[in-house]
Design a binder for this molecule. Structure first.
Ligand code: UDP
Ligand code: MG
Length: 136
């Protein structure tokens, strides 16, 4: 049965800074993702704090929000069959050291904090995150 989904993807500052956006978008397209919408923006720290609110009790929360707002990012709505899990698989493990060959984080991630991409982790969060960036 068809299960077309949309998920939110972010190319994080470390990857935008290294001009990896074309390569990363190419990896999405070659796996059959459609990029329905995209924009390049820079967040205020307060906006990053709102986006990552789910992590507010974690020890890395402050650094994470400072990092996500440290430079331009590219936010995208990706569409594909089972897009949420398919994107998580293409991204690879949070820590690039643990990511499998062929994944974005294995190829481009620098460290657990500078891991090049974000992807929604559930249907509910995909809706929330798409609205966060693209609600008109
Ligand atoms: N992160 C970090 N230190 C950690 C765990 C996570 O800096 O020990 C950062 C990392 O950049 C990650 C983000 O926090 O992408 C969100 O963490 P999550 O566990 O949701 O990982 P993801 O869903 O991005 O794989
Ligand atoms: Mg996450």
């Amino acid at each position: 049965m068809s299960n077309l989904q949309q998920t939110l993807s972010i190319i994080k500052p470390d990857a935008v800074e290294r001009n990896l956006d074309k390569e990363i978008k190419g990896m999405f397209k070659s796996k059959g993702f459609l990029i329905l919408k995209e924009k390049k923006i820079q967040l205020e720290k307060s906006e990053a704090e709102k986006f990552y609110k789910v992590h507010e009790t974690k020890p890395f929360y402050n650094d994470l929000c400072a990092y996500l707002s440290s430079g331009p990012i590219i936010v995208m709505i990706l569409e594909k069959e089972n897009a949420i899990i398919a994107n998580r698989e293409l991204m690879g493990s949070t820590n690039p050291k643990d990511a499998k060959e062929g994944t974005i984080r294995k190829k481009y991630g620098i460290s657990i904090d500078k891991n090049s991409v974000h992807g929604s982790d559930s249907i509910d969060n995909a809706k929330i995150e798409i609205d966060f960036f693209f609600k008109d």
